[in-house]
Design a protein around this ligand. Structure first.
Ligand code: PGA
Length: 236
């Protein structure tokens, strides 16, 4: 089975670091072949360097966010057509850090998702419950609510908010149950469903083996090329 591994570098990296990472990855992918799909989502300023330096490899480019509009007076924002123009194939929308620190609502995220699809990008829609929602047994109902905007060609990333960057992960049974629920909610939509939240080389094999897990969205462990390559090797 082919799995999809996506690196979310968040607000990390430098020009020199990105160049070194790309060189390592290029060698790795040339030796490893194309058994699984790999996507790198760098910060906006480094998109072009990643695109140029991974050109010809099987690695694809993604961005971490986009605006709802195609262009206009929105200082500091980046539109989906611009990302497509720079060679992106994917864009993350609705990451919990955008929901939390930028107050993004399901409605706004739906507009971003549609804008991305209109520009020919595949949105990676992030969903997931907070620690409090989990304690209150609301995980599945939160997922159902956040999935109402899921339509068309997209990727779903199930990322429990309490598992992001904490080193904590749900049990395999919990991940399997969440993915099963998401699959049911998606009805006929065959979108891949990724898991995200503290995926690292030590737990990757176990997580990738869970039925219904089509890959992973990875933050911290995607920052070092060696770790990310170890995750690629752990794909089933
Ligand atoms: P993490 O982040 O792998 O560092 O937990 C995942 C994410 O936020 O996408």
């Amino acid at each position: 089975m082919t799995q999809l591994l996506i690196a979310n570098w968040k607000m990390n990296g430098s020009k020199a670091g990105v160049l070194a990472y790309a060189a390592e990855l290029l060698n790795f992918m040339a030796a490893e072949g194309k058994s699984h799909q790999m996507v790198i989502c760098p910060p906006f300023p480094y998109l072009d360097i990643v695109a140029e330096n991974l050109d010809g490899s099987a690695v694809q480019l993604g961005a971490q966010d986009c605006h709802t509009q195609e262009k206009g007076a929105f200082t500091g924002d980046i539109s989906a057509p611009m990302l497509a123009d720079m060679g992106c194939k994917y864009v993350i929308v609705g990451h919990s850090e955008r929901r939390q620190y930028h107050g993004e609502s399901d409605d706004l995220i739906a507009q971003k998702l549609q804008s991305a699809q209109k520009a020919g990008l595949i949105p990676i829609l992030c969903i997931g419950e907070t620690g409090e929602e989990r304690k209150a047994n609301k995980t599945l109902s939160v997922l159902s609510r956040q999935l109402k905007i899921a339509a068309g060609d997209l990727v779903i990333a199930y990322e429990p908010v309490w598992a992001i960057g904490t080193g904590l992960t749900p049990s395999a049974a919990e991940i399997e149950a969440a993915h099963r629920h998401i699959r049911q909610e998606l009805k006929t939509n065959k979108a891949p469903i990724l898991y995200g939240g503290s995926v690292k080389p030590e737990n990757a094999q176990e997580i990738f083996a869970i039925p219904g897990v089509d890959g992973a969205l990875v933050g911290g462990a995607s920052l070092k090329a060696a770790d990310f390559m170890a995750l690629y090797r752990a794909c089933r």
